[in-house]
Design a protein around this ligand. Structure first.
Ligand SMILES: C[S@@+](CC[C@H](N)C(=O)[O-])C[C@H]1O[C@@H](n2cnc3c(N)ncnc32)[C@H](O)[C@@H]1O
Length: 281
């Protein structure tokens, strides 16, 4: 691999296309499409139309439901990105695009969340292949829907943190899960942390967090084998270990996971008759 810190654009260089295009608009180039959390019905309409037209679909392997690929692009060439580095992926997509084939890149959930899309896009742009993003439903939203709750809930949580635990990518001092939980009115959504749930919960207990804080783990949200395990900071580690899940789950910490103790919002009380400029709740 090349040096991970080289050739990234300067923060002051603004892309002209930001002015002329909005999200959801089909543009010239290779779309980086959010496939959603799994259920093919959770792919956006634009995403589906683009996938249906593709000759080459480069997808995120087992994180993209094969049912989606079978349903929308059975005739396209399908290539998994798993096990391929940038030096392999970029020419694969660039060569196909330059040959006049219709190429799409399918990321799981939304490419903006732990997707590593930008480095691929920049590398393609450096080869004069234009790219753009078509958003998708991130897995935290699917997990929240499966739990029949909201990540923000009046009187319970006013903030949401999308985060990940320490590991190969994140040094221990860069992990902020404990700080988010400490804030109290934050719903903490942990990506990429299924394998480390007992260790993460152990750290939270060692740091003095209430062991009864609710935690929900949603494995394969929106897939046919979706499973929900509920517990607390104290109990969830053993429960997930007993279930045997080591990947592909969303960990949600906070009272919103149990939707307990919320208050009615202003939206549906007398304030609903305010002028529309005030009604932002
Ligand atoms: C590389 S990240 C990609 C996240 C993706 N871009 C998104 O927006 O959901 C992979 C992590 O997302 C979470 N994830 C992806 N799909 C999921 C699903 N269907 N149910 C629960 N968690 C999922 C898991 O935490 C997994 O370890």
């Amino acid at each position: 691999m090349t040096d991970r810190n080289t050739s990234t654009p300067s923060a002051t260089e603004r892309d002209d296309r930001i002015e002329s295009h909005s999200a959801g608009e089909v543009q010239e180039g290779i779309p980086f499409i959010g496939a959603g959390p799994g259920d093919p019905g959770l792919l956006t309409v634009t995403g589906k139309e683009l996938v249906e037209e593709a000759d080459l679909v480069v997808h995120a392997g087992s994180l993209v439901n094969s049912e989606l690929l079978d349903r929308f692009c059975a005739d396209a060439e399908q290539v998994t990105s798993i096990g391929k580095d940038l030096e392999e992926l970029v020419p694969l997509m660039a060569d196909a695009y330059e040959e006049g084939r219709t190429v799409v890149r399918l990321h799981s959930g939304d490419p903006a969340i732990y997707g590593a899309a930008i480095e691929q896009m920049d590398a393609l742009e450096a080869e004069d292949v234009p790219t753009y993003i078509v958003p998708g439903v991130t897995s935290a939203f699917a997990a929240s829907a499966s739990l029949r709750t909201q990540l923000t809930l009046n009187g319970v949580a006013n903030h949401v943190a999308f985060t990940r635990p320490q590991g190969k990518t994140l040094d221990p001092e860069e992990e902020h899960i404990s700080e988010f939980v400490e804030m109290g009115d934050v719903t903490t959504c942990i990506y990429l942390g299924t394998h480390a749930i007992p260790e993460t919960m152990g750290r939270l207990q060692n740091e003095g967090h209430d062991p009864d804080t609710p935690v929900a783990v949603v494995y394969h949200a929106s897939w046919p084998d979706e499973d929900i395990i509920e517990g607390t900071i104290e109990t969830i580690g053993d429960r997930v270990e007993a279930a045997g899940y080591r990947a592909s789950a969303m960990v949600i910490i906070g009272d919103a996971a149990r939707k307990a103790g919320y208050e009615r919002s202003y939206l549906y009380d007398g304030f609903a008759n305010r002028s529309s400029s005030e009604a932002d709740n």
